[in-house]
Design a protein. Structure first.
Length: 407
């Protein structure tokens, strides 16, 4: 049995431990309750209506307008007027506006709209120009519809007229047969037959909607070109987009960021080989400089690949950048050197003994077992050299060096 003092000390420690555990448990329960309270409050706030200075965009677009008269107004002016009517911000995508026949100076046809909502007015005005509107970050943005963006140049009024016809015409085999097509597809396949069959499976909708679904299933794409529609592969369309000309300058910028920006300017999905940048020299990967003056995006990719050893390939789903043979060779330079160095010599005397034939042997010309024997022999010789060259403990600093043995 322990002494009374020891028992009292043990009891006090046990009580303190229990109190401490209880306090920790209570703290945990309190923290959990606090987190539930915060989460509940956040959930309630998520369902709350937006502040008064941030009107609900969808509700604003559905506001009715008694009358809207447009006469001699440019696209930016019309958008500004409709934004004022709705009480929301509507921004213009400059790249989309530049696709219109006269850019920002393109005028909307004289129009009088009555008893329509702001949304209906936007659809009517923008749809005629191959534009649409979408919500971005609490504002509205006027963008180009996919067929307009694929033209990859300023549209003509004939382009917009044909696109409007596709948007407004309900698909039927009869209506589809009245359209003109140019197929930029290999002649080895029956492109018209494949497209017609896919259109029949696509369901119902406008010609535009059906073309989007049908060509997408085939790995093709389309866009208006004057009085006809062009059908081409996605790879050809991506090559078409890479022809866009840009003027940019990147100073000491990470190479991955440059590639992403160029692909974004071409509106092409970019895929980078995992770990690729780690295999390039640090200065190349993290501090690359490139200047482009009215050059195509394709030329930018060509320059980058020529200077870094990368390569790019246009595929159905986008553009893929990976290590080329040159860049891969930089990484494996030391291994390649070891495999191609001469490691032996074979001497074969001539028949009369007057001279000998000598053949140098490379490492990659020997079988693995011989290379392993060679490695073991080299290690054994190195150990013998260490023994022979080890300092003599009997020699003290300042003593004369031992004499070299005479032959």
């Amino acid at each position: 049995m322990g002494s009374p003092q020891f028992i009292d000390c043990l009891r006090n420690r046990l009580v303190a431990s229990l109190c401490s555990n209880a306090a920790r448990q209570a703290w945990r329960v309190g923290l959990f309750a606090a987190l539930l309270t915060v989460a509940g409050a956040a959930a309630l706030r998520a369902d709350d209506p937006p502040p008064a200075d941030q009107p609900n965009i969808q509700r604003a677009l559905d506001q009715p307008m008694e009358q809207l008269t447009l006469s001699g107004m440019t696209v930016p002016d019309v958008v500004a007027e409709l934004a004022k009517r709705a009480g929301v911000r509507i921004n213009l995508d400059e790249a989309a506006v530049e696709l219109l026949p006269w850019g920002r100076d393109t005028k909307v046809a004289d129009l009088k709209i009555e008893n329509a909502t702001v949304r209906e007015a936007l659809d009517r005005v923008l749809g005629a120009l191959g534009l649409s509107v979408e919500e971005r970050g609490g504002d509205l943005m006027v963008i180009a519809t996919p067929p307009l963006a694929r033209i990859n140049r300023r549209a003509t009024w004939d382009d917009l007229k044909l696109l409007r016809t596709c948007n407004e015409t309900e698909y039927s085999p009869d209506a589809f047969s009245k359209l003109k097509f140019q197929y930029r597809i290999s002649s080895k396949v029956d492109a018209p037959g494949l497209l017609a069959a896919q259109m029949a499976r696509a369901g119902q909708g406008s010609v535009t909607q059906m073309l989007e679904a049908a060509t997408g299933s085939l790995g093709w794409t389309w866009f208006p070109n004057g009085d006809h529609l062009v059908i081409m592969t996605m790879e050809a369309q991506y090559a078409h987009r890479l022809a866009r000309r840009v003027t940019v300058r990147y100073n000491n910028t990470p190479l991955a960021g440059i590639l992403v920006d160029l692909a974004k300017r071409a509106n092409i999905a970019l895929f980078l080989e995992p770990g690729m940048m780690l295999k390039l020299p640090h200065n190349t990967a993290q501090s690359y400089t490139l200047s482009l003056q009215q050059s195509s995006i394709r030329q930018a990719f060509e320059v980058i690949c020529a200077e870094t050893g990368l390569k790019y390939e246009i595929e159905r789903d986008g553009i893929r950048v990976s290590l080329g043979e040159a860049a891969s060779g930089v990484t494996a330079l030391s291994n390649m050197a070891q495999q191609t160095n001469y490691v032996g010599k074979i001497s074969i005397p001539s028949k009369d003994g007057a001279f000998a034939y000598e053949f140098l042997v490379r490492a990659n010309e020997l079988p693995k077992d011989i290379l392993e024997y060679r490695k073991q022999i080299i290690n054994a010789v190195i150990e013998k050299m260490r023994g022979d060259m080890a300092p003599d403990n009997a020699i003290k600093p300042g003593d004369p060096a031992p004499e070299t043995p005479k032959d």
